[in-house]
Ligand binder design. Structure first.
Ligand code: SF4
Length: 267
């Protein structure tokens, strides 16, 4: 049985109110309750985007375990690791739920590859951002079309940029609520949650891949390196982001991620 969303107005003011309410009390809730509250307080479609990382698997577990009416979606860039596709299949089998896949638009990807070459993203930052735009950003736009809320697996600890991420905000690009229910969790806490619940995870994590994206753009990191150092490692002094989570123009509500990390709560 799926939980029924409450009837809440979703005009701009309504979104702002919901973001404020969700931000106010989340620190005391465990992951299951955070996700359930997001579903309960938000009317309309809710989308969770997964790239099958450790955090995403924890959120997926909470959604599927709670049988919540949340659409679990992945952006199949066409360049993922074989281990990621294997985990995708394993996750569907474990929960008997389908994960909706969005692929790049055929003409766009054909044109990009024809112009830049199959691995042309290494030639410049602009080319790399162009590839991410075609393989990720445009499919994300389709994934979120018509949604009222977007759940992600972002954590503040993952990078300096993500430390400024709010728990709940209005995403100006997609005009919906953006929610980060693992924002204040450490990697160790996520790992403990995954182990505690026997959640399937990407075996690449055991080989030093802390953050896993497309295969040609991800390497393992050495002990002590930042979590996202293995993403686009050939780029110098660039933000390790593909553009999916640009939050600078967002309108945050509630406590900052930095203060919440300092006050880690129980999970
Ligand atoms: S991570 Fe690499 S292969 Fe994947 S979309 Fe971005 S540039 Fe392209």
């Amino acid at each position: 049985m799926q939980s029924q969303p409450a009837s809440v107005s979703l005009d701009t003011r309504g979104l702002d109110d919901i973001a404020a309410r969700l931000s106010a009390g989340f620190a005391a809730l465990d992951l299951f309750d955070r996700i359930a509250e997001i579903r309960t307080r938000t009317a309309g479609p809710v989308v969770f985007t997964t790239s099958f990382g450790l955090e995403d698997q924890a959120v997926t577990h909470a959604i599927f375990n709670g049988q919540l009416a949340i659409d679990v979606v992945t952006l199949d860039t066409g360049r993922l690791f074989p281990e990621t596709y294997q985990l995708w299949a394993e996750t569907e089998q474990r929960y008997s739920r389908r994960i909706r896949a969005l692929s790049p638009e055929r003409r766009s990807i054909e044109a990009w590859v024809a112009q830049h070459g199959i691995d042309g993203f290494r030639s410049s930052v602009e080319a790399r951002r162009g590839c991410c735009s075609v393989r990720k950003i445009e499919p994300l736009r389709r994934a979120l079309a018509g949604a009222s809320a977007w759940i992600t697996g972002l954590r503040a600890e993952q990078s300096a940029d993500r430390a400024a991420t709010p728990y709940a905000s209005i995403d100006p690009m997609h005009q919906l609520l953006k929610l980060n229910p693992l924002l204040d969790w450490t990697r160790e806490r996520v790992l403990g949650f995954v182990r505690q619940h026997g959640i399937p995870y990407n075996r690449l994590h055991d080989r030093g891949f802390l953050s896993i994206g497309c295969a040609p753009c991800t390497r393992a990191v050495a002990p002590g390196e930042p979590e996202r150092a293995g993403r686009w490692w050939w780029e110098q002094n660039e933000e390790k982001e593909c553009g999916l989570h640009s939050h600078s123009a967002g309108h945050a509500r509630g406590s900052s991620a930095l203060s919440l990390v300092a006050a880690r709560n129980e999970g």
